[in-house]
Design a protein around this ligand. Structure first.
Ligand code: NCD
Length: 302
């Protein structure tokens, strides 16, 4: 049985296959969907806030012709009565054919997989990973740079909270399967990329300088993850540390793109939305075909 727990489980061949399947799902979506998952049920367990991830998982299952059951508020869950995660998962895997789960503790998805009789897809485990987001981010780069992806060098610059930003952990791990990506990480020292995700050829900095903006082909901006800080005062130190406004984005190459997993708080001003570099809403849309491909793969339908 295939679970999707971490970006580390993918190699280049499996990534290329997933990208290809996502492209096929994009074509199926253009025709209104399919019914290959008819009779199948997705259990969506979201114990942390989510808009895009849950809705795109649910949309993906519905567009494949399947159904969805969801638990979206931990206050209404038996977890609040003291039920432990293994018990919840034993139950839900008796109701659903596949589970997408988000929770606040690193390692929860892997724990769930141990007790599940159906595939578990990690939809974000605390400050750990968010592999399905990493895959939709990779698919976005693949779609936006069709002639350069895995052929010509591309500078990917990550900006913001790289310590707690789980999407960063997953995407940088996925990019390492391909040649030609030069990874650059811009963050305050205290929020830099954890050691376990680093490699010797990476570059690191703290300043979002003009040269950083000009050299990037892809900037992957992130929100300072307020919910992971020990105190509000600690968060306040970093809030607003990098802000992409039109002045900054206009310094980027016209062929470059600005990505963000969303939600943005104040780190990209709304005036940027109409600039050609703004790719984050296209990126969010890619969540549906990618999650269709992953659900179909895990259910053995493709
Ligand atoms: C991200 C997450 O939940 O990690 N959002 C998302 O899934 N698109 C990023 C974030 O919350 O900052």
């Amino acid at each position: 049985m295939e679970h999707i727990l971490s970006a580390q489980q993918f190699d280049k061949a499996s990534l290329l296959e997933t990208l290809d399947q996502a492209s096929k799902m994009d074509k199926i979506l253009a025709k209104g969907g399919s019914d290959i998952a008819r009779g199948k049920i997705l259990g969506a367990l979201f114990y942390e806030p989510s808009t895009r991830t849950r809705l795109s998982f649910e949309t993906a299952m519905l567009r494949l012709g399947g159904n969805v059951i969801s638990e979206t508020d931990v206050h209404f869950s038996s977890i609040t009565k003291g039920e432990v995660l293994p018990d919840t998962i034993r139950m839900v895997s008796g109701y659903a054919d596949i589970i997408a789960m988000r929770s606040k503790n690193k390692g929860d998805a892997a724990l769930a997989a141990e007790y599940s009789s159906v595939p578990v897809l990690n939809a974000g485990d605390g400050a750990g990973e968010h592999p399905t987001q990493g895959l939709l981010d990779l698919y976005t780069i693949y779609k936006e740079f069709p002639n350069k992806f895995d052929k010509e060098p591309l500078n990917v610059t990550f900006v913001g909270d790289l310590k707690y930003g789980r999407t960063v952990h997953s995407l940088c791990t996925l990019l390492r399967n391909f040649e030609g990506f030069k990874l650059n990480f811009i963050a305050p020292d205290a929020l830099q990329l954890p050691e376990k995700y680093r490699e010797s050829q990476d570059s690191f900095g703290e300043d979002l300088s003009s040269s950083v903006l000009q050299e990037a082909d892809i900037i992957y901006d992130t929100r300072i993850q307020s919910e992971r800080f020990e105190s509000q005062a600690e968060y306040e130190k970093y809030k607003g540390v990098y802000v992409f406004d039109a002045g900054k984005v206009n310094q980027m190459k016209s062929s470059a793109i600005l990505m963000h997993p969303l939600p943005r708080v104040n780190e990209i001003t709304q005036e940027v939305d109409t600039l050609p570099q703004a790719a984050y809403f296209r990126q969010a849309r890619n969540g549906v075909p990618v999650r269709m491909a992953l659900i179909a793969q895990c259910l053995g339908l493709v």
